[in-house]
Design a protein around this ligand. Structure first.
Ligand code: GDP
Length: 472
C-alpha cells in the first residue's frame, strides 16, 4: 500500500498506530482501513474483483496429444447388497497383489493396484454406487469401468438396477461379473436374460456387454474378469499426460492421531511428488510423505496411481479435487479463497440445477438439451407407464431421458444420482425418505410428488412450454 501511495511504509505504520492498530510492514490490513489511510493522501481506493484467482488456478489447459501416455483403468465394483462386491475385491487383492509381495502386507488405503501380466488395474476399494455417485456429485469423475456384480443364484435385484443406471448416467463402461457360480442354485442364463431388460445384452446373447462367470469364494473366473478389464481399457485408449503438474481427486481421508490428516489421492494427470505444494478442497499443504497400497514409501505417483499422502493442514472430503500449486503461498492463498467463496466443488460443472419452474428458460437459453428424470413409484406398473408417457413428450428442443426408474420411496441415492446428472425426480404415491429430503434441499433438487400420472405429464408438458403454474 505504501508503494502505491508513494509514501514511506514507516509513515503508514505510524498512521495505523494513531488509529490504534499495531501493524508491522508485512501486516495485512482490511480494505476499509486501507481506504481511510489512502484518504489522507487524497487517493480513492477501489476494490478489485478477485474472481479470477480461482478461475485461473483451476483452469486446466488440455495437454498436447504427443504428451499423452496410456494409463491404467480405474475400476469400481457395484451391485446389490450381499451379491459379493467386497468378497470379489478381496479375492482380486489376494491373488494379484499380496502374493507377489514378499511377506506382503496390504494396506487398506481406499484403493489398490492389481497386476495382470504387464498391465495394471486400479481398483477403488469402496464398493457401491452410492459412494461412486456421491463423488460424481462433487464433480469428480474418477472411474473408467464399473464391474456389476450379480449373484447367479439371486439374479437382478433393485440395487442391481440402481447400479446399472448410476453407471450409465456417468457414462462408464460396464462389465458384468456373474458371481457365486460355485453355488448349486447358480443360473447365469437367468441373470443374462434379466439384464436384457436394462439394455445390457451379453455377448452370447448377441449383444456387446461383456459378462464373466466368477466365484469370489473359489477364485473361478477371476483371471478372465481381469483380462476383460484390460481388454476394455485397451479399447478405450485411456491416456494422461504424466509430465504436467499433478491433479486428481481425494478418494478418502481421515485424521490420524499420530500423523495428522491422512488422505488417499488418485492422481488423474501429471505426477505428484514428495514436496509438492497442493490444494485439496479447502485444505492445503506440502506433500510430506507418500505411501503406496503396499505401504511402501514412494517419491512420486503418476496417472491412475493411488497413494496415501501426509502433510495437509486439515482433512479434505472424499471427492474433493486436488491440484498442485506453484508454491506454498499459492496453495494457502487458493485454499483460503475457496473457503471464503464457499466454493468447494471446484471442478464441478455449472451448479445451476434444472427445475420444472425454470425448464423453459433453460431450454430457451440452450442450457438444457436433455431433461433427465428419475421416476419412483409404488408399483412397477406405474414406473413403466410413466416412463413411456414421459418419453413421448420429447421434441426437437429437448429430449426426455428417464435415467432411473424404480419401486419405493425416493432415497438419498436417487437424489445423489439426480444431482450428479442434473435431473428432476418424480414420485407417484411415494414420499422422499427424510435423508433424501435434506440432501435434495441442500443440492436444490426438484422433487415432484403426484397421485395421478396424468397430472405429471401435464406439468412436464406445461413446463416445456414455459406455461407451468407456479407453486406458492
Ligand atoms: P457385498 O454386500 O456385495 O459386499 O457382499 P459380500 O462380499 O459381503 O458377500 C456376501 C456374502 O456372500 C458373504 O457371506 C460371502 O461369503 C458370500 N459370497 C460372496 N461371493 C461368493 C461366492 O462367489 N460364492 C459363495 N458361495 N458365496 C459368496
Amino acid at each position: 500500500l505504501a508503494e502505491k501511495l508513494e509514501v514511506q511504509s514507516s509513515e503508514l505504520v505510524k498512521e495505523l498506530m494513531l488509529k490504534g492498530i499495531m501493524a508491522n510492514v508485512n501486516e495485512n490490513i482490511d480494505f476499509d482501513t486501507a481506504v481511510s489511510l489512502a484518504e489522507k493522501y487524497d487517493i480513492l481506493l477501489e476494490q478489485q474483483e478477485e474472481v479470477d484467482i480461482l478461475e485461473d488456478f483451476f483452469k486446466v489447459e488440455p495437454s498436447d496429444e504427443k504428451d499423452l501416455r496410456s494409463r491404467p483403468p480405474v475400476v469400481v465394483v457395484m451391485g446389490h447388497v450381499d451379491h459379493g462386491k467386497t468378497s470379489l475385491l478381496d479375492a482380486i487383492r489376494k491373488t494379484r497383489v499380496t502374493e507377489k509381495e514378499a511377506g506382503g502386507i496390504t494396506q487398506h488405503i481406499g484403493a489398490y493396484v492389481a497386476q495382470v501380466n504387464d498391465q495394471k488395474i486400479t481398483f477403488l476399494d469402496t464398493p457401491g454406487h452410492e459412494a461412486f455417485t456421491a463423488m460424481r456429485m462433487r464433480g469428480a469423475q474418477a472411474t473408467d469401468i464399473a464391474i456389476l456384480v450379480v449373484a447367479a443364484d439371486d439374479g437382478v435385484m433393485p440395487q442391481t438396477v440402481e447400479a446399472i443406471n448410476h453407471a450409465k448416467a456417468a457414462g462408464v463402461e460396464i462389465i458384468v461379473a456373474i458371481n457365486k457360480m460355485d453355488k448349486p442354485g447358480a443360473n447365469p442364463d437367468r441373470v443374462k436374460q434379466e439384464l436384457v431388460e436394462y439394455e445390457l445384452i451379453c455377448e452370447d446373447w448377441g449383444g456387446e456387454t461383456i459378462s464373466v462367470p466368477v466365484s469370489a469364494i473359489n477364485g473361478e473366473g477371476i483371471d478372465q474378469l481381469l483380462e476383460m478389464i484390460v481388454l476394455v481399457s485397451e479399447m478405450s485408449e485411456l491416456k494422461a499426460d504424466p509430465k504436467r503438474d499433478a491433479r486428481g481427486i481425494i478418494i478418502e481421508a481421515q485424521l490420524d492421531k499420530g500423523r495428522g490428516p491422512v488422505a488417499t489421492v488418485l492422481v488423474q494427470s501429471g505426477t505428484l511428488r514428495v514436496g509438492d505444494p497442493i490444494v485439496a478442497g479447502t485444505s492445503y499443504g506440502k506433500v510430506r510423505a507418500m505411501m503406496d497400497d503396499k505401504g511402501r514409501r514412494v517419491k512420486e505417483a503418476g496417472p491412475s496411481k493411488p497413494v496415501e499422502i501426509l502433510g495437509l493442514n486439515e482433512v479434505p472430503l472424499a471427492g474433493d479435487p486436488f491440484y498442485k500449486a506453484k508454491n506454498d503461498r499459492e496453495a494457502r492463498h487458493v485454499a483460503e479463497k475457496v473457503i471464503e467463496k464457499g466454493k468447494v466443488d471446484l471442478i464441478k460443472r455449472s451448479s445451476t440445477k434444472v427445475t420444472l419452474d425454470d425448464l423453459f428458460s433453460q431450454i430457451q437459453s440452450g442450457n438444457v438439451k436433455d431433461l433427465n428424470i428419475v421416476v419412483k413409484a409404488d408399483v412397477q406398473g406405474s414406473v413403466e407407464a410413466v416412463k413411456q408417457s414421459l418419453q413421448k413428450l420429447s421434441n426437437e428442443e429437448v429430449v426426455i431421458k428417464i435415467i432411473h426408474g424404480g419401486v419405493g420411496a425416493v432415497t438419498e441415492s436417487d437424489v445423489l444420482l439426480a444431482s450428479a446428472s442434473n435431473a428432476i425426480i418424480i414420485g407417484f404415491n411415494v414420499r422422499p425418505e427424510s435423508s433424501a429430503k435434506s440432501v435434495a434441499e441442500r443440492e436444490n433438487i426438484d422433487i415432484r410428488l403426484y397421485r395421478i400420472i396424468y397430472n405429471a405429464i401435464e406439468d412436464i408438458e406445461a413446463a416445456m412450454k414455459g406455461m407451468l403454474d407456479p407453486i406458492f
